[in-house]
Design a protein around this ligand. Structure first.
Ligand code: FAD
Length: 459
């Protein structure tokens, strides 16, 4: 066998398909389901639940538009779960078909390395030893548990949280990163009482405070209680409930809930892979160190996706995979992260790309910002979602746009245009001179650019 890829998540299956399109025969090994974390237990099912939550919450909230409804809102959560699963099954089936169409040799089983050119594939009771010339590690990541409180009974990870049998009365969430914030928001919309208990000072601490403020305020409006700087000290975990003791201002506090959802980060799946037999360089967090061609310190071994240093996101994995697929087929190319969008599917959504102002200054730019509020945008008003703003970060000597930050309606879609702008080193003038249709949320991009040029029309 020439090339073997371990893990058929977004990283692994994308690399396999691209390499195959470019004429390279690859073997892809998966121990569970193709589509990996993202399709089965991550991006897709979580966004389905978030959408279900938005729609359920909206059923009663349009009194301003003159719409009221008598009686009680009903939610058949079993049906919601079935709908969510049908989307997952459709996408996973689609990926299976694509793998087949591209004649990728897909094998199911658990793989680990025996030495630099052999791996063991265990499938049920059958063990096979496979020889390879090149290998790609794309084994992804898993939820990190709290140090002393494993995932069991009512202490759950994101995977279990996506498939709860019914809406909890009271969901406790430990961790205010994007996964915790998204699931807290979804369950609050679906009718649960939600309390976030977190160690750090604020939610989403890696994002700019001005954006997070908008999201935090809206979560609180939904009734989500947010307890910050409150490390968890004790968890009493039974089959039916959980009691959590946390410390706040030096005092121990107790809170009860149906579940404690722990979202305090994810660990790379680099154990049990026999990496010690390869002598790969790893970070302290056990991630596999690679160069910009996704190559490890062993030149015939590559790694992509969540097992490599950097932010754990599907589109980073698939971008690396596209690049690696080409490299495997003999092309000269490399990854570049000039504009890597990051999205939080909060309410309203948050999205950033390129550099923050601080990072831009550190990188030597004469960084300035210009922003435009959604409250002054016609389309946002017609959608009745007017909170938030769109901000451009640009170099005020050249007017080159080097970063963007959005909190507001459809931020997840708007960020795509700005990622293209940054990737292609466009300027405020380029954006302002591009005709944007009316009425659209994307007009805020032109408006923010005009603010940056000191030629605002709409504000
Ligand atoms: P994975 O998708 O984890 O796939 C790895 C595959 O390798 C798995 O199928 C696994 O079974 C297989 N495998 C592991 N070990 C072995 C072995 N020894 N032998 C054979 N097979 C093996 N990212 C976004 O960009 N946007 C989002 O909105 C988003 N939302 C998320 C929501 C949640 C709740 C979670 C948990 C994650 C979310 N992510 C999101 C992150 C995204 O899912 C990951 O970044 C992405 O799946 C990484 O792809 P990957 O191919 O590196 O790994």
């Amino acid at each position: 066998m020439d090339t073997v890829i371990i893990g058929a998540g977004p990283g692994g299956y994308t690399a396999a398909i691209r390499a195959s399109e470019l004429g390279e025969q690859v073997t892809l090994i998966e121990k569970n389901k193709v589509g990996g974390t993202c399709l089965n237990i991550g991006c897709i099912p979580s966004k389905a639940l978030i959408n279900a939550g938005h729609r359920f919450a909206a059923m009663a909230s349009d009194e301003q538009l003159g719409m009221t409804q008598g009686g009680k809102k009903n939610l058949d959560y079993t049906k919601t779960q079935q709908w969510k699963q049908s989307i997952v099954d459709k996408l996973v089936g689609g990926v299976q078909d694509l793998i087949k169409e591209h004649q990728v040799d897909l094998r199911y089983g658990n793989a680990d390395f025996l030495d630099l050119h052999h791996l063991r594939l265990v499938s049920g009771t059958k063990t096979t030893i496979l020889a390879f010339k090149r290998a790609v590690i794309a084994t992804g990541s898993r939820p990190r548990p709290l140090a002393d409180f494993p995932f069991e009974k009512r202490v759950i990870d994101s995977t279990s949280a996506l498939s709860l049998p019914k809406i909890p009365e009271h969901l406790l969430v430990d961790g205010g990163g994007y996964i915790g914030t998204e699931l807290a928001s979804a369950y609050a919309d679906l009718g649960a009482k939600v309390t976030i208990i977190q160690h750090s000072k604020r939610l989403l601490s890696k994002f700019d405070e001005s954006l997070v403020k908008v999201v935090t305020a809206n979560l609180q409006r939904k009734g989500v209680e947010i307890i910050t700087e409150a490390p968890i000290k004790k968890v009493e975990n039974t089959k039916t409930a959980v009691t959590v003791t946390y410390e706040k201002n030096g005092e121990q506090q107790i809170i009860n809930g149906d579940y404690l959802l722990v979202t305090v980060g994810r660990l790379p799946n680099t154990e049990d892979l026999g990496l010690e037999n390869l002598g790969l360089n790893l970070t302290k967090q056990n991630k596999i160190i690679i160069n910009d061609q996704c190559q490890t310190n062993r030149e015939h071994i590559f790694a992509i996706g969540d097992v490599t240093p950097g932010i754990m996101l599907e589109h980073r994995a698939t971008n690396q995979a596209r690049v690696l697929g080409a490299i495997l087929a003999g092309k000269e190319t490399h990854v570049n992260y000039k504009a890597l969008p990051e999205i939080v599917y909060s309410d309203p959504e948050m999205a950033v790309t390129g550099l923050s102002k601080k990072a831009a200054i550190e990188a030597g730019y004469h960084a300035a910002t210009a922003q435009f509020p959604f409250g002054a945008n016609g389309r946002a008003l017609t959608l009745n979602v007017t909170t938030g703003f769109l901000r451009l970060i640009f170099d005020d000597k050249t007017n080159q746009i080097i970063g963007a930050q959005i909190v507001g309606p459809n931020a997840s879609e708007l960020i795509a245009e700005l990622t293209t702008v940054i990737e292609n080193e466009l300027t405020l003038d380029d954006v302002a001179n591009t005709i944007h249709a009316h009425p659209t949320l994307a007009e805020t991009i032109v408006d923010a650019a005009e603010v940056g040029l000191d030629l605002p029309i709409n504000i």
